[in-house]
Design a protein around this ligand. Structure first.
Ligand code: IPE
Ligand code: IPE
Ligand code: MG
Ligand code: MG
Ligand code: MG
Length: 323
């Protein structure tokens, strides 16, 4: 499934605001731009400072990154920068960097030692298509490529902006962000001893494993767009609420959607003992929390009025999506 066709299929359920077809068209457009950028970065041409690109590693990286995914993270970076009048080229590079960290997180998340999944984005996971050692190295190489792109002056000449982006991406990705959240997610399964995560613990874990990178996607757009402190705070509120809603929706879809629609296994979280809001609050409680969080997102960007339409639509898409 190409990113364009999958995005169009995914967005039929956006209910209010921009007509679904318009939002779907914009998301598909951005996905195509991101795809072109990433195809170029993952080609056989040896990059500056590189010695060689081992074909097996490069092919496995292409398998992990190209031809799938909603590309929501770069979409948020680009649309936030656009709303603020920032450079779209710089936002694309920053968003592509975030997407690569996201792809690396998925490759490692699927490993037998983590969630042990065989399908991702409608294809075999990297360790299935290749092998575990290659999948570990794919994740490592995607992460460093992400930082290389974000730090590259080609797309962003201002060194202070690049440093801000690198710092933000590092913080969102590591110990106190995505990686730390993944550890807490596994802890909740009880594999390191008895664990009993209440609703607040679960929300903190979600904010880390998923929310931090989604919130940084928005923040990247804010940095590129030159947002002031007040605007940054409003956009952070939006990004954090969107991140929470995104993981709750993923956990609802794990219960309700088919593997075919999702392009990955479903119905696994409960048996694995994952801590989710669906488990803690029930499906209706989780849905109500999603609706509340969409309201928080809408309030957070109210100061931009009509200019924030796409960000409002993105929040609704996050909870209405079917994939
Ligand atoms: C899946 O993210 C992992 C979670 C954080 C829940 P996405 O649903 O954005 O995955 P892709 O990029 O569209 O495949
Ligand atoms: C993943 O959460 C969060 C990541 C940091 C990758 P899940 O484990 O629920 O994501 P899926 O359902 O495998 O995509
Ligand atoms: Mg996981
Ligand atoms: Mg998983
Ligand atoms: Mg999931």
């Amino acid at each position: 499934m190409t990113s364009t066709s999958s995005t169009q299929a995914q967005t039929g359920s956006v209910k209010a605001g921009t007509p679904a077809s318009e939002f779907s068209h914009r998301l598909a457009q951005v996905a195509e731009t991101v795809e072109t950028f990433l195809v170029d970065r993952l080609g056989p041409e040896i990059g500056l400072g590189e010695i060689a690109r081992p074909p097996r590693l490069m092919e496995a990286m292409r398998h992990a990154v190209l031809g799938g995914g909603k590309r929501l993270r770069p979409f948020l970076a680009i649309e936030t920068a656009r709303m603020l009048g920032g450079s779209e080229a710089a936002a694309l590079a920053a968003g592509a960097g975030v997407e690569l960290v996201h792809c690396y997180s998925l490759v490692h998340d699927d490993l037998p030692a983590m969630d042990d999944d065989d399908m991702r984005r409608g294809k075999p996971t990297v360790h299935k298509a290749y092998d575990e050692a290659t999948a570990i190295l794919v994740g490592d190489a995607l992460q460093t490529l992400a930082f290389e792109i974000v730090a590259d002056p080609t797309w962003q000449p201002d060194a202070r902006i690049r440093a801000d982006l690198v710092l933000g991406l590092a913080r969102a990705s590591g110990l106190g962000g995505m990686v730390g959240g993944q550890l807490l997610d596994l802890t909740a399964e009880g594999r390191f001893g008895a664990a009993n995560m209440d609703v607040d613990d679960t929300l903190r874990m979600q904010a880390m494993k998923t929310g931090a990178i989604l919130a940084f996607s928005v923040e990247a757009g804010a940095i590129v767009g030159g947002a002031d402190a007040g605007q940054r705070a409003a956009l952070l509120r939006y990004g954090l609420a969107l991140g929470q809603a995104f993981q709750i929706a993923d956990d609802i879809l794990d219960r309700e959607a088919s593997p075919e629609a999702m392009g990955k296994a479903t119905g696994k979280d409960k048996d694995a003992g994952k801590a989710t809001l669906v488990d803690r609050l029930g499906l209706d409680g989780a849905r109500a929390e999603c609706d509340r969080l969409v309201g928080v997102c809408e309030d957070a960007v109210a100061l931009w009025g009509e200019k924030a339409r796409t960000l409002r639509d993105a929040a609704r898409f996050t909870v209405a999506r079917k994939t």
